[in-house]
Design a protein around this ligand. Sequence first.
Ligand SMILES: N[C@@H](CCC[C@H](N)C(=O)O)C(=O)O
Length: 332
Amino acid sequence: MAVKMIKVHGSGNDFYLLDQTQFQAPLSDADLKQLAINICKRDGAGLYDGADGVLVVDKSEHPQVLGRMRVINADGTEASMCGNGLRTVARYLGTQNSQEDFRVQTMYADLKVQAVADFAAHVPAYSVEISPVTFDAQTLGMHANNDATTIINEKIPALSADLKFSAVAVPNPHLIAFVDHATLVGPELGRIGKWMNDGQNQIFPDGVNVSFVEILGPNAIFVRTFERGVGFTNACGTAMSASSLMYVLLHQESTDFNQEIHVTNPGGMVKTVVHQGADEEYWMELIGNATFVRIVTLPLEDALQGDYSPATATETGEQTAYEDFVTNLAEV
Ligand SMILES: N[C@@H](CCC[C@H](N)C(=O)O)C(=O)O
């Protein structure tokens, strides 16, 4: 049996999108894990250029919801959410069903998604809801500062003598620090990110996505992320949303709710808007590209065994348009 997958990305955070409805019987969780570990490997060991994870699309279990997304990280672990991935799944389901405004089932919420104006020619863009948000240490799986119930803009002395962190789940867990440029590009993010995701540490035993954020100007931030289950990534959509939330909460002198924030990252840029709902709950809009790079087909047995020699691929041509878009960003 052949498996068809689409190589997709949002801000260079790249995935293989796998539609389970192509199979008579869906792949088991063990097979999905093995597939992700195999095909995501970098440096020529995975399928083509590898990936940060696999986005598993399936039928929704809920009424009025167009489809379901599951997220398998490159190391085979399952994440509760993926902001960049959700934009590409929104495009996939929207195109298939001729709908522009609908909901997608994720692990903890049926999230609103919407097609928006292209970022540039052949750079389609989608807006997706990021929620629910909580600062609760138990939900975050966090044991810091003598088991504090929340950490908001506070030092965690065990992690760093200088940096102040905020811990927030959106709903996947994020640890965020606002830093200067030297720290943003320095080794500290890698040190903390690797340590917090080593499976041995007592602070985040289940791991956490760690981001450093530099404020570039009013409503303009740069976010660099070390992702749980992946490592350094070009961009992490939930991290950029969580960072935008902390920017609004901690930097009211230069921003506020309901304002568009320009978020650049090593792979491109997105826009975010932070909202506070009627019940005081926070939620974010994440707006960015949803690029389809190539369509790949190979026998399922070979994909599961890591033999990619029979794979065939059809390029969409969208990657060139995306690269032009990023080049133009740098020139602005
Ligand atoms: N890249 C994603 C987040 C993927 C999940 C993360 N690695 C986790 O384990 O929480 C995004 O765009 O949000």
